[in-house]
Design a protein around this ligand. Structure first.
Ligand code: 4NP
Length: 156
């Protein structure tokens, strides 16, 4: 079992959505026994909280089940997970600060985006509903590429 942790700032918008979209792809491909996803936030702002209502809405619009309680990213996650996927550069830097190093398992989500390699997944928290649809589209195509990468790398 390979374990993937998606990380953003609040753990109520981008990373729980990434987790939910990825889990749906795993279910669709019968890969839930080989791969599992979870998510966390670098801040402590929303520990124990459900995803933002706008995140739940966009997931439901795309027939994607979402269930998550906010948790904070901690150093110990580095040992528990095989891949740490940061939504943006600021998250990446905060994670390196928490871990005290930059392990090779730490990757930027949009390194897998065929349409915007290496860019940040924009933070939709302070914007309107359109920002959430944009994030959904970015994550959906980046996660397809990420899943292809995992299948190839681990012979799945
Ligand atoms: P997320 O979005 O990092 O995608 O979950 C945010 C959620 C909450 C806050 C910032 C970003 N906040 O400042 O509370």
């Amino acid at each position: 079992m390979k374990k993937i942790l998606f990380v953003c700032l609040g753990n109520i918008c981008r990373s729980p959505l990434a987790e939910a979209i990825f889990n749906k792809k795993l279910e669709n491909e019968g890969l839930s026994v080989k791969l599992m996803a979870d998510s966390a936030g670098t801040s402590d702002y929303h520990i124990g909280e459900n995803p933002d209502p706008r995140t739940i809405e966009i997931a439901q619009k795309h027939q994607t089940l979402i269930y998550h309680k906010g948790q904070q990213f901690k150093k110990h996650h580095q040992e528990e997970f095989d891949y740490l996927i940061a939504m943006d550069r600021s998250n990446l830097e905060n994670m390196i600060r928490e871990m005290g190093e930059n392990p090779s398992k730490l990757i930027l989500m949009r390194d897998f985006d065929p349409k915007g390699k290496g860019e940040d997944v924009p933070d939709p928290y302070f914007g309107g509903a359109n920002g959430f649809e944009n994030v959904y589209q970015i994550l959906d195509r980046s996660l397809d590429e990420f899943l292809n990468f995992l299948k190839e790398k681990h012979d799945l």
